[in-house]
Design a protein around this ligand. Structure first.
Ligand code: NAD
Ligand code: UDP
Length: 380
């Protein structure tokens, strides 16, 4: 029987790609997400193109009763949760500046409550979404995991505090196994075009903004600064394909299932790409123009940061394999096929994409209402 993994935040951008990678690798994911920034239809689409049953629980990761109910339900059903991939969290830097308590509550409090529930149910394998933002303005490039950490905003502080919690609980319990994944800049989409990034508001990140400009939904991209000390003056980041990132989670979970202790690892390509280079690559691949204007620097931005991705390769055997062109082509396909995001009726699954045959039935199941005393898995 497939090993069952709980994926919090599994209805979000990275989460749905992680689901696809987990199913492909033979795992059974179950999703817990409060849908504050995710979309249940995204999980349904993954279930559809993989042919997998993906139980979905709508709920808050800070709800300990719900966490207990889910973990107990799985144990009773003889499909105990073997590990947790914890992606649920808030991620908007500006919002974190305006409402830091919300960020500490969800990103730190949610992690603590999840770890406590896991301890009560004997679940001891954990993969955590951290961020390169913990490095702040890095002094040496590429950034290794040993580089000093110094976040420059409340969002980054919450990730660093959560990392500290994980360091301390792993030190206290040698049987615990944790991988902290410091993501660089995930962009792009699953090659099927069926799942991708779906910002609820004006995109705060550069790549979804570019795709919306190319689609004609926005007039132009504002490039935040062209006077940085970088080859073309625009900011440099380490963009990686979201499916490479998703596969990194599979490798990390395989690692924690075998090795106790704490691993902190960068997930990036090791290449720095400027905003202008990203725009040019996107224009080449899509055949669309992306008009832009140079705007003032965005407060809090660093000039350049990219990963030393060596540890991920050495320890996890993981390396990003997809190119910048793949990221642009797959991100553009998603945008083109889904101009209204998940509200767009999905096109048929392209042949050769799915790991398994599409069985033509709804495969997302629901575990709710677990708290209402019903424990059966009901079809939605
Ligand atoms: P996202 O907002 O698309 O996904 C997060 C998911 O968590 C959403 O589906 C949301 O509904 C859910 N969620 C939020 N609060 C919750 C709560 N209290 N209980 C249950 N579910 C909750 O973001 P994403 O880009 O997929 O990011 C996933 C994780 O990766 C986040 O922790 C984020 O901080 C981290 N991360 C993202 C990036 C990036 O560039 N996207 C970079 C570094 C780290
Ligand atoms: N950026 C930009 N215009 C935008 C959004 C971002 O020029 O509308 C730049 C930003 O200044 C940075 C790079 O694009 O140099 C990546 O920003 P993003 O917000 O995507 O990711 P971050 O690295 O800040 O997490």
């Amino acid at each position: 029987m497939a090993c069952t993994l709980l994926v919090t935040g599994g209805a979000g951008y990275i989460g749905v790609h992680v689901l696809a990678a987990l199913v492909e690798a033979g795992y059974q994911p179950i999703v817990l997400d409060d849908l504050s920034n995710g979309d249940r239809r995204a999980v349904e689409r993954v279930a559809r193109f993989t042919g997998a049953d993906i139980p979905f629980i709508e709920g808050d990761v800070r709800n300990e009763r719900l966490l207990d109910a889910v973990l107990a339900h799985q144990a009773r059903a003889e499909q105990p949760v073997a590990g947790v991939i914890h992606l649920a969290g808030r991620k908007a830097v500006g919002e974190s500046v305006a409402d830091p308590l919300r960020y500490y509550d969800v990103n730190v409090g949610g992690t603590v409550k999840l770890l406590r529930a896991m301890a009560r149910h004997g679940v001891r394998r954990f993969v955590f979404s951290s961020s390169a933002t913990v490095y702040g303005a890095a002094r040496e490039m590429p950034v290794t995991e040993r580089h000093a950490v110094c976040p420059t905003n409340p969002y980054g502080h919450t990730k660093l505090v959560a990392e500290g919690v994980l360091r301390d609980v792993t030190a206290a319990d040698p049987g615990l196994s944790v991988a902290v994944l410091r993501y660089f800049n995930p962009i792009g989409a699953h090659p099927s075009g069926l799942i991708g990034e779906c910002p609820q508001d004006v995109p705060a990140n550069v790549f979804p903004y570019i795709t919306q400009v190319a689609q004609g939904r926005r007039s132009h991209l504002a490039i935040f600064g062209d006077d940085y000390d970088t080859p073309d003056g625009t900011g440099v980041r380490d963009y990686l394909h979201v499916m490479d990132l998703a596969e990194g989670h599979v490798r990390a979970m395989q690692h924690v299932l075998r090795h106790p202790g704490l691993l902190t690892v960068n997930l990036g390509t090791g290449n720095g790409i400027s905003v202008l280079a990203l725009v040019r690559a996107f224009e080449r691949v899509s055949g669309r123009r992306v008009p832009y204007r140079i705007a003032p620097r965005r407060p809090g931005d660093v000039a350049a940061i990219w990963a030393d991705a060596g540890m991920a390769h050495r320890v996890l055997g993981w390396r990003a394999t997809r190119t910048l062109e793949d990221m642009c082509a797959d991100g553009w396909r998603w945008q083109r096929m889904n101009p209204q995001g998940y509200a767009t009726p999905p096109e048929p699954v392209p042949s050769g994409i799915a790991a398994r045959a599409v069985r033509g039935r709804r495969t997302v199941t629901s575990l709710v209402p677990l708290l209402g005393g019903h424990n059966e898995v009901g079809r939605v």
